[in-house]
Unconditional design. Structure first.
Length: 109
C-alpha cells in the first residue's frame, strides 16, 4: 500500500539535494555588478554665456516662469500673449538671485 519509511525519507532527501543544487547554481550565476563613473574633463559651461544680451536672458527666464505657471492651469486659463512686466521683473529678480548665490555661497567657507 504505502512505501516503507526508508523510501519516503530517501525521496525527500533527493528533493532537498535538487533544491540545494538549484540554489547553488542560481547563487553562482548571480554576480555583483560594479558601476564606476569617470570624469571626461567636460566642464559645465555658464548658462549665461549662451545669450548675447541681458534682455534675452531675462526673457528666457520669464518664459520659463510662465511655462511653469501655465502647467498648473487648465488649458482655457493659460496665458498666451506677450510677456507682462511682472513676468520680466521676476526674470530680473531670478537672475540677481542666481548671481548672488554664485558669488556669495562659496565665500562663506
Amino acid at each position: 500500500m504505502g512505501e516503507p519509511p526508508v523510501v519516503k525519507k530517501s525521496h525527500r532527501r533527493v528533493a532537498e539535494v535538487r533544491n540545494i543544487s538549484r540554489f547553488r547554481s542560481y547563487r553562482e550565476r548571480k554576480r555583483k555588478t560594479v558601476v564606476s563613473a569617470t570624469s571626461s574633463g567636460f566642464k559645465l559651461e555658464n548658462p549665461f554665456d549662451r545669450f548675447s544680451s541681458f534682455e534675452k536672458i531675462v526673457s528666457v527666464i520669464a518664459w520659463i516662469y510662465r511655462f511653469f505657471k501655465n502647467c498648473k492651469l487648465k488649458k482655457e486659463d493659460r496665458v498666451k500673449r506677450q510677456l507682462r512686466v511682472l513676468e520680466r521683473n521676476y526674470g530680473e529678480f531670478t537672475i540677481s538671485k542666481i548671481i548672488q548665490r554664485e558669488r556669495f555661497f562659496w565665500s562663506r567657507g
